[in-house]
Design a protein around this ligand. Structure first.
Ligand SMILES: [Zn+2]
Length: 154
């Protein structure tokens, strides 16, 4: 998942802007993981902390969604392929990511070196608008670790 690249700064008013680099308060380990699978401390939390690494492309996808949700820009950068990683992350995301649905996967297992994940990411904004972003993301391994390569809006 990538936020739209090249969106102008200041697109949102200061009151509703929630820069991804600022982040929210860290989630408690017992809080539900934003990706919806389990408790944060048993799900994407260890990936964000660097305590372990996703074994599959889907796990990386989930953890990147969760990183968007908690505002962990450093994790988003280090799990982005060096050749496609933007110079800086677009800070103008929605106010809240509210849910993730995995629709389909190809490859991406512990035995693959590439894979795709098709998903729907639900979001809500401070002004009451909400929506969904559907994307097919491509993932590859760099030195053994899954990274996000790019994505196409489905
Ligand atoms: Zn998770």
């Amino acid at each position: 998942m990538s936020r739209r690249k090249g969106a102008p700064r200041g697109r949102r008013s200061a009151a509703t802007s929630r820069p991804v680099a600022q982040g929210a308060a860290p989630l408690a380990p017992g809080a539900p993981c934003p990706c919806g699978l389990a408790a944060y401390g048993d799900c994407c939390g260890p990936f964000h902390r660097g305590a372990s690494a996703p074994a599959t492309a889907e796990e990386l996808m989930r953890s990147r969604y969760a990183a968007f949700a908690v505002g962990d820009a450093a994790y988003l950068r280090r799990t982005w392929h060096p050749e496609t990683r933007p110079a800086r992350l677009d800070p103008a995301g929605p106010a809240r990511w509210t849910g993730l649905e995995i629709l389909a996967t190809t490859g991406g297992s512990a035995f693959h070196s590439e894979g795709t994940v098709t998903f729907r990411a639900h979001w809500a904004d401070g002004d009451g608008t909400f929506g969904v972003q559907e994307e097919r993301s491509r993932f590859v391994r760099v030195e053994g670790a899954w990274v996000y390569l790019d994505g196409a809006v489905a």
